[in-house]
Design a protein around this ligand. Structure first.
Ligand code: FAD
Ligand code: NAI
Length: 475
């Protein structure tokens, strides 16, 4: 007789483990299956986000930023630090320690919430008598049964055709986060989020970084004003970004990697680098899930087909996070996980796709929520724009970090905030106020009338709201 659960979650990333905790909170007998292994072969729940994504990348971004400050910015504050040295092995070990703290934290949370954790690969076996049979293949093999299944199997990096990841020379996010030394010359294919974040880490540590991007426009998803400012700042920092390229060949050998490509003018070029990061997007992961055993429908790109409520084509089978449509973001996966658990409980779980914040953890950081100026123009929406530069913000001056601005877009008639776009210090934290404002359908005037602490970077948000009505006080 196999163990029976009300809810079985396959995948223990942010989508899966959060769904499992919420399901358990709602009184369901819940299991979570995750196959990620740590270096010792033990469980390492948390998925891409914890192991090779959000958390380790931010740990290395922080370490490399400290180094950058010590070597370039301390002097401005009257601090001289001679012989500043970096120890890449220690930085990477610290990052691994941060990852482990998070893995252990998730195991603790699952236990605390009485979620049964299975370490191994979960795959569908059959649907029988209103239950789904799921095989768990780990150190041992067993079959468990579930009334409801939540699939949260995440995504994998997309490889360039003909240039498989070897994690030695041709690196995915995984290899890019555990280089043993700073490469002299680093190539990056794709100027998306990973390319910019990982490119920034290794540039700050001394690598010469060249980023090759297929699209003619830089950061097309961001507001054009922000993208323009970002390109200017990143280029000044030393990132070489070439747009509109077409990669034709990648060769990896003992001496490194050679990339043959055509530039925007169609001229043949060759780039020789020590290491190459390929960050051209990710693909939904259903490897080993055996969806055919139960007839679970996938789309042409391999993602699980779901409706707006994360329901699949099978009754009581749900899917959340990177394995379904929508932005591949940890907080989106978490929100979907919570909403699905609540829907299973008969509640009205809800995810507002219009208020999902986007953040790029470069320096300056970039963050936005809602619609961009170019989207509003394309949609024919009449809007007002207000912008405030950090250059005019006292706290930013005190920090010595005055790059960028806050920009607020509001409906021309109703003043409702439609989009907020920030490039500058702590943009990742500042965006929370904007998310709340849009969620509560606030007007620009609402933010303008709220008392913001002085001196704080958030005063720039208030000033941008005042700028919507052309009445900034400090600019
Ligand atoms: P995942 O986190 O991929 O988790 C899926 C889990 O399921 C994995 O543990 C996997 O081993 C397991 N699994 C898969 N198949 C099976 C199976 N058959 N049986 C058992 N287990 C299985 N997002 C942000 O919001 N902010 C960031 O700063 C950010 N930074 C990132 C940096 C990098 C370098 C990368 C690569 C991604 C980053 N992301 C970030 C994206 C974020 O990591 C993903 O959106 C998020 O992890 C998706 O969560 P998920 O639960 O859907 O899938
Ligand atoms: P991405 O979608 O952000 O960027 C990929 C880039 O590669 C695009 O600009 C695309 O035009 C370009 N590209 C595609 N094919 C190419 C080719 N053949 N040659 C040259 N350029 C090409 O994907 P990325 O950076 O790989 O990240 C994957 C996912 O991880 C993203 O969806 C993102 O949401 C998530 N992520 C989120 C982070 C955050 O929230 N801070 C940080 C890192 C990743």
């Amino acid at each position: 007789m196999s163990k029976k659960f009300d809810v079985v979650v396959i995948g223990g990333g942010p989508g899966g483990y959060i769904a499992a905790i919420r399901a358990a909170q709602l009184g369901f007998n819940t299991a979570c299956i995750d196959e990620w292994k740590n270096a010792a072969g033990g469980p390492a729940p948390g998925g891409t986000c914890t192991n090779v994504g959000c958390i380790p990348s931010k740990a290395l971004l922080q370490s490399s930023e400290h180094y950058d400050h010590a070597t370039h910015h301390f002097a401005d504050h009257g601090i001289s630090a001679k012989d500043v040295k970096m120890d890449v092995a220690k930085m990477v070990a610290r990052k691994d320690g941060v990852v482990k703290q998070n893995n252990d934290g998730i195991l603790y949370l699952l236990k605390k919430n009485k979620v049964s954790f299975f370490h191994g690969r979960g795959s569908f076996v059959a649907a029988k008598d209103g239950l789904y049979e799921i095989k768990v293949a780990g150190a041992a093999e067993e079959v468990i049964a579930a009334k409801h299944v939540i699939v949260a199997t995440g995504s994998n990096p997309r490889a360039l055709p003909g240039a498989a990841f070897d994690e030695e020379n041709i690196l995915s996010n995984d290899g890019a986060l555990r280089l043993g030394a700073v490469p002299k010359k680093l190539g990056v294919i794709g100027s998306g989020v990973i390319g910019l974040e990982m490119g920034s880490v290794w540039r700050r540590l001394g690598a010469e970084v060249v980023i090759l991007e297929a699209l003619p426009a830089f950061l097309g998803a961001a507001d054009e004003g922000v993208a323009k400012e970002a390109l200017k700042v990143f280029t000044k920092q030393g990132l070489k970004i070439e747009l509109g390229v077409k990669i034709s060949d990648v060769k990896s050998g003992k001496k490194g990697v050679t990339v043959a490509y055509a530039n925007a003018k169609g001229e043949a070029q060759e780039l020789a680098v020590d290491k190459l990061i390929v960050s051209i997007g990710r693909v939904a992961n259903t490897i080993g899930l055996n969806p055919d055993a139960v007839g679970l429908k996938l789309d042409e790109r391999g993602a699980i087909v779901v409706d707006g409520d994360c329901k699949t084509n099978l009754s009581n089978v749900w899917a959340v996070g990177d394995v379904v449509r929508g932005p591949m973001l940890a907080h989106k996966a978490e929100e979907e996980g919570v909403a699905v658990a609540e829907r299973i409980a008969g509640q009205h779980g809800h995810v507002n796709f219009n208020t999902i914040p986007y953040v790029i953890y470069t320096s300056p950081e970039i963050a936005w929520v809602g619609r961009t100026e170019q989207q509003l123009k394309a949609d024919g929406v009449a809007y007002k724009a207000g912008q405030f530069p950090f250059l005019a913000n006292g706290r930013a001056r005190a920090l010595g970090d005055t790059t960028g601005f806050v920009k607020i877009l509001a409906d021309a008639k109703t003043d409702e905030i439609l989009g907020v776009h920030i490039i500058g210090p702590q943009a990742s934290e500042l965006i929370a106020e904007a998310v709340m404002a849009i969620e509560f359908r606030a007007s620009a005037e609402d933010i303008a009338r709220i008392c913001h602490a002085h001196p704080s970077l958030s005063e720039s948000t208030k000033e941008a709201a005042l700028a919507v009505d052309k009445r900034t006080l400090n600019f």
